[in-house]
Design a protein around this ligand. Structure first.
Ligand code: ZN
Length: 148
């Protein structure tokens, strides 16, 4: 099912665990909100966005070591990379964008060890830029400076 121009439900429920990972039907609209957010990320970053993990069932979340109340579990988040560009280059463009260009988001977390950007569109919309240097489950810190 196509959610937006560039993102479909298959991508946003992808898992490499081999486990079933079908969201409840009511969560599909949340995933559409995530896809709309990813469209803005894509437009600002200036090229394709690859989704590594979006929605996660409880079992999938446990197997991949996600935190128990992960935004992935709730259908509000996707971890993405930017094919053909380094994470740093894409993040630099996103950081330089105006709030209007980037639109509403809850958290953007640069996951340095996995080299992905965790993008959450939880409707708290806290606009937090964060960085996680130590891998899944480690401390997440506020972004330390204005440029990459
Ligand atoms: Zn994530």
């Amino acid at each position: 099912m196509q959610l937006t121009k560039h993102f479909d439900l298959f991508e946003l429920t992808i898992t490499h665990t081999g486990l079933a990972n079908e969201p409840p039907y009511w969560m599909v609209e949340r995933l559409r909100i995530v896809a709309l957010g990813l469209e803005r990320i894509r437009a600002v970053a200036g090229g394709p966005v690859q989704v590594h993990s979006g929605y996660r069932s409880g079992r999938v979340n446990r197997v991949v070591g996600g935190v128990p109340f992960s935004a992935h579990r709730l259908g509000w988040a996707a971890d993405v990379s930017f094919p053909g560009r380094t994470l740093g280059a894409a993040v630099e463009r996103l950081r330089a964008a105006s709030p209007r260009e980037l639109g509403a988001f809850d958290q953007l977390i640069v996951e340095e060890t996995r080299r992905v950007l965790h993008c959450s569109f939880d409707p708290r919309f806290r606009s937090q830029w964060l960085i996680q240097s130590g891998g899944p489950g480690t401390t997440v810190r506020p972004w330390p400076r204005l440029t990459v």
